[in-house]
Design a protein around this ligand. Structure first.
Ligand SMILES: NC(=O)c1ccc[n+]([C@@H]2O[C@H](COP(=O)([O-])OP(=O)(O)OC[C@H]3O[C@@H](n4cnc5c(N)ncnc54)[C@H](O)[C@@H]3O)[C@@H](O)[C@H]2O)c1
Length: 322
């Protein structure tokens, strides 16, 4: 099965991962619809492809979401719309739940009502909490450490239940950390790049924490390949690189790429998270077995591309541009 000629809608398509997914779907010759409320995403992210998409400014919590899907004959939905930035969830747990869990429920019910062929819930490795063993497969215990992660667990369980109770044709993709151009939040990699563009002294939080990073083009390709498989419905799939790097290692590699001399790292207590995940490292074997997907862009190459993009954008991330 392929998505050519299909009406495919991406919620959160104006965001970081969503905009990459949209551009790859256009290359697959899908008819692409983006539904976004521009909470963190922007039209700027879709500038390269604005003529090739139908942009719908709406909220996934809209009671008339099914009508939007029906009116546009939507056949496939990727649900990426969310509040994903963990430091913000300490201040706004209710908003995180309203969008990430209740919003996802609304998307699933709208898909059912509009007779959508297949929907993907975009989940996260954060649902697992810190690794109890590595690599982490889909059977790893669920132990979310933040209200963000709990809201994503709630969405995952809702999807699983709706698949069984109401035959909502949903696939759950648990993505490990993603990085690349057009990031929308000051996660650790953009933060390191930004600080190193100004100084050789880095101010960071938990530098021993290890994360599994997938370059954004690989992450989007995984979602597309998985969407093509009906047999994936009702199941959970991990996506990650299968390797992990400590924040300290990332700082050192980035320093080399950016040619920073005499790199110094200062650990600041106020940057530590209340309950941090110590290590995440994926097993993507289940995804590979079904789709043949594996990462193509190495971590170093991805970092290099990200730094190039940052430099081309005037050495400022979107949130640094006043
Ligand atoms: N970035 C990562 O490392 C990572 C890892 C695993 C999973 N995820 C998941 O990937 C998805 C995309 O994350 P991202 O990193 O691209 O973040 P992002 O903030 O760039 O994307 C989220 C998008 O959703 C939109 N949005 C938010 N609330 C909405 C609402 N109520 N209705 C419609 N649109 C809304 C935002 O405007 C934005 O465009 C999220 O579901 C996130 O939980 C991200």
């Amino acid at each position: 099965m392929n998505l050519a000629g299909k009406n495919v809608l991406v919620t959160g398509g104006a965001g970081f991962i969503g905009s990459e997914l949209v551009m790859q779907l256009i290359k697959e010759n899908a008819n692409v619809f983006v539904l976004d409320n521009f909470l963190s995403g922007s039209k700027e992210n879709l500038k390269e492809c604005e003529k090739d998409i139908t942009l719908i400014e709406a909220d996934i919590r809209d009671a008339k979401l099914a009508d939007i899907f029906t009116k546009n004959d939507i056949e496939y939905v990727f649900n990426l719309a969310a509040m994903p930035y963990i430091p913000e969830c300490y201040e706004k747990p209710a908003e995180f739940f309203a969008i990430n869990a209740v919003g996802a429920l609304n998307v699933m019910l709208a898909c059912k009502k509009a007779g959508v062929e297949r929907v993907m819930q975009y989940s996260t490795s954060e649902v697992y909490g810190s690794a109890q063993y590595v690599p982490m497969d889909e059977s790893h215990p669920i132990n979310p450490h933040s209200t963000y992660a709990v809201s994503k667990v709630a969405a995952d369980r809702l999807c699983f239940t709706l698949y069984h109770e109401q035959q909502v044709p949903v696939i759950i993709l648990r993505q490990f950390n993603v990085f690349g151009p057009r990031e929308t939040h000051p996660y650790v990699i953009p933060e390191i790049i930004s600080q190193l563009s100004k100084s050789n002294v880095l101010h960071l939080g938990n530098i021993e924490a290890k994360r599994d990073f997938t370059y954004v083009s690989d992450a989007a390709r995984a979602a597309i390949e998985l969407m093509k498989h009906k047999e994936a419905e009702g199941q959970v799939f991990n996506c990650g690189s299968g390797k992990s790097w400590s924040i300290k290692e990332i700082a050192e590699i980035t320093g080399e790429i950016m040619d920073v001399k005499d790199l110094k790292i200062v650990v600041e207590k106020q940057r530590l998270r209340p309950l941090d995940v110590q290590i995440l490292e994926a097993s993507y074997f289940k995804l590979f077995r079904l789709t043949g997907w594996k990462p193509e862009v190495s971590f170093e190459e991805g970092l290099r591309k990200t730094v190039e993009w940052f430099n081309a954008c005037g050495k400022r991330w979107p949130w640094e541009k006043g």
